[in-house]
Design a protein. Sequence first.
Length: 228
Amino acid sequence: VILKKMSQEQKIEYKFYVKASPDGKSLGDCPFTQRANLALKLKGVRATYVLIDLSAKPKWFLELNPAGSSPTLQFDDRVIADSYDIVRYLEETYPHPTLDLPGNEEAERVTGDVFSVFSSWAKSRDASVSEEAKLRDSFTAELEKIDAFLASSGHTFLCGDTWSIADCILAPRLYHITEVARHFKGYARFEEMPALQRYMKKAFGSDVFKATDYPPEFIHQGWSKYFQ
C-alpha cells in the first residue's frame, strides 16, 4: 500500500506557496506554513516551493488565492489555501504514515488555545499593569495545561512516540511562543514545566523540524512591530 501511494504521489505535481524570508531567499517565519510543511515532509510528498513576499504580493498570486494567505497548495485544478485543510488533505491522500493518531482530537483540544492566549498577551501594549498580569497568568495556565497533558501521557509527542497532526500544529506555535516570550517579554517559566521542556527539545531537535524551520531572528523581526 505504501509503495502504491508513493507511486501515486509521483504523478501529482504540487506547488507550495510560502512566506519568504526578509531577504526573499528562504522560508519565512510562518507557523502555519511550517505546520503544512511538516506534514509534507513527514508524508514524503515532494513539492515545488514558491517564495512569496507577503508585503508585496504579486498580482498572479492574488489571482490564484484572492486572500493572499500562506501557505497555499496548488495541484491539478485545485487550490487549498488553509494550512489545516492542507494537512487534512495530505492525511487523506497519503495515509501512510498516519498523522491522525488515536488521541489526536483530544490533543488538539488541549493545545488549541495556547497561541491565541499568548498573542493576546504579547500584543497587549496598552494594557494596564493588572491587565498585563492577568493576560500573562492566562498564558501560563495554558502552558501548564499542556505540560500536565504531556506528563500524564508519558509519550514523547502528544499522541505517542511519533508526530501527529496535533504536533504539526503545536510545535511551530511553541517555536514562536518561546522565542517571542523570552526575547521581548523576559518570560522564563518554561523551565518550570519539565514535560513541556522535554517535548520542545525533542520536537525542535528533530530532523523534520530542522528541515522546515527558520532562524529565530526571523521570528523576532516578524513580531517586533508589536513591541515598538
